[in-house]
Ligand binder design. Structure first.
Ligand SMILES: Cc1ncc(COP(=O)(O)O)c(C=O)c1O
Length: 477
């Protein structure tokens, strides 16, 4: 995400810091980054070396509130290292590794059982991966094998949503609705129709939730009809869509998706890679919709990022087909369900329940929501939206909610904001895969004081950004 400070700050002598900057430039390729810009002479790469509670510290010793939970992962923050390492050490003392390729190990079996027990409805089966893209890719392949075993090989198509990010492996990328990420890599291996997401702010009927919902669902129905209802395998959506800025669904939307899927024998997939594991105050990020999807993809918070892991939850009737004599699951990942990650995920569940993590999100959400709403008073803020510990502000050009042009977005989102946020001691995300937004997703252990610290810092930065953009417009600089 290119969290270089971008401010060209003069640096006090710090040889260890300088050596890391130099070595990174020489050897470390950054993900989703323009390497030249991220390592530009006017830039300093943000190198984090230590964490404590919801805070992280860089190699200069500067402290930041990790208001993004290290890309929506660090649900528990950073102070559970000893407990996690004890869990890892115990696992290392018995069995460092075995796969789930036709064999298994106790940690994966126990974890699958514990996860199924917490999932809504009959999401009783779990397929382990190493992360979100692999989970989405696996969900697609499980769906395909399900339909092949059912004698429906023609179901090769998918419905997903515009601006949604579902990952980078080529199958997951096909489902992703961000054209700029797909364009370099050629024709998509899955025939996907992208329908409108649930961005009410820019929708003509967005202030009429019932009408908005009906129109969105009509579009899904039309897309299914156009693709051929017998040819569609999956409908994929996030409970609250991240890209575009925490796009919450109107009431009835998920029930509507469930109905459409049921009507046509299509599998409904909730991509809960971000929304799962407490981000919305519950386990899979979908419970509050009162709908049980056929498959749920997860990653990130499943271990609170103390180890890499992902998982796909599969409903009993979908998995049952895979147990039939003719069925085969021709998909596997060497490290999927790694015992060390499974041990961490089990400890993560234990800590969530012992320390009341879901209850904390539920208890603090009204406070966070109210504090975020205060930001509407800023001229730069056009909309505030989100749920649980997952919020966005949409930044607007003027009182008529005008959007910024490319040069303004480059200046605001990639020039001004990254450095200014860090200066204010906060890690948040400025993004314009859809319209211009700044997002926060605090660690789920954050109390009201930490949430206040985050919103106060965000307000201060956005006020400055408003002045900056006003000055830019006035002077044409
Ligand atoms: C909704 C969603 N799905 C899938 C992914 C891909 O996850 P990963 O980066 O772990 O491969 C992401 C990543 O942010 C995501 O937000």
């Amino acid at each position: 995400m290119g969290l270089s400070t971008g401010n060209g700050r003069a640096s006090a002598a710090n040889p260890a810091h300088d050596a890391l900057q130099q070595s990174a430039r020489e050897h470390l390729l950054l993900h989703f980054s323009k390497q030249g810009a991220a390592y530009g002479a006017d830039r300093e790469l943000l190198v984090l070396e230590r964490g404590e509670g919801p805070y992280v510290f860089d190699t200069r010793g500067r402290r930041y509130v990790d208001a993004l939970s290290s890309l929506f992962c660090a649900q528990l923050g950073y102070s559970y290292g000893e407990e996690m390492s004890a869990a890892i050490a115990a696992q290392l003392g018995t069995l460092a590794f075995n796969t789930n390729w036709g064999t298994a190990h106790p940690a994966a079996i126990e974890l699958a059982e514990q996860l199924a027990a917490r999932a809504p409805g009959d999401l009783d089966h779990v397929f382990f991966t190493n992360g979100g893209s692999e989970s989405v890719e696996s969900a697609w392949k499980i769906a395909r094998e399900h339909f092949l075993a059912l004698g429906q090989p023609q179901r090769t198509k998918a419905i997903a949503r515009t601006t949604a990010y579902h990952g980078v492996t080529l199958g997951a990328l096909a489902l992703t609705g961000v054209p700029a990420y797909k364009q370099p890599f050629g024709a998509a291996p899955i025939d996907v129709t992208h329908v409108a997401n649930t961005n009410a702010f820019r929708a003509p009927d967005g202030d009429d939730p019932a009408g908005f919902c009906a129109r969105l669902l009509r579009e899904v129905r039309e897309a299914v009809a156009a693709a051929g209802p017998e040819e569609v395998a999956v409908i994929v959506a996030e409970p609250v869509q991240n890209a575009g800025g925490c796009l919450t669904p109107p009431p009835g939307y998920w029930r509507g998706l469930r109905e459409i899927a049921d009507e046509h024998g299509i599998l409904l997939v909730a991509d809960s890679v971000i929304c799962g594991f407490g981000r919305l105050g519950n386990w899979l990020g979908i419970e509050h919709e009162g709908v049980v999807p056929d498959l749920v993809t997860t990653a990130k918070g499943i271990t609170s990022a103390y180890a890499p892991m992902g998982a796909v939850f599969v409903r009993e009737p979908v998995a049952e087909v895979l147990f039939r004599p003719a069925a085969n699951l021709r998909h596997g990942i060497t490290f999927g369900g790694h015992p060390l990650s499974a041990a961490v995920a089990l400890k993560n569940i234990e800590i969530f329940e012992r320390d009341g993590v879901l209850a904390n999100v539920e208890a603090q959400t009204p406070h966070l929501a109210a504090r975020m709403e205060e930001l509407r008073a800023l001229p730069l803020v056009g909309d505030v939206r989100g749920a649980g510990f997952f919020w966005a502000v949409e930044l607007v050009r003027d009182a008529a909610n005008g959007t910024f042009d490319q040069a303004e977005r480059d200046d605001l989102l990639r020039g001004f904001l990254p450095g200014r946020l860090l200066e204010a001691g906060i890690i948040a995300r400025a993004d314009d895969r859809g319209d211009s937004v700044v997002q926060i997703a605090p660690p789920l252990i954050s109390d009201a004081g930490v949430l206040d610290e985050i919103v106060d810092a965000l307000g201060e930065v956005l006020a400055d950004a408003g002045t900056h953009m006003g000055a830019t417009a006035a002077t044409g600089v």
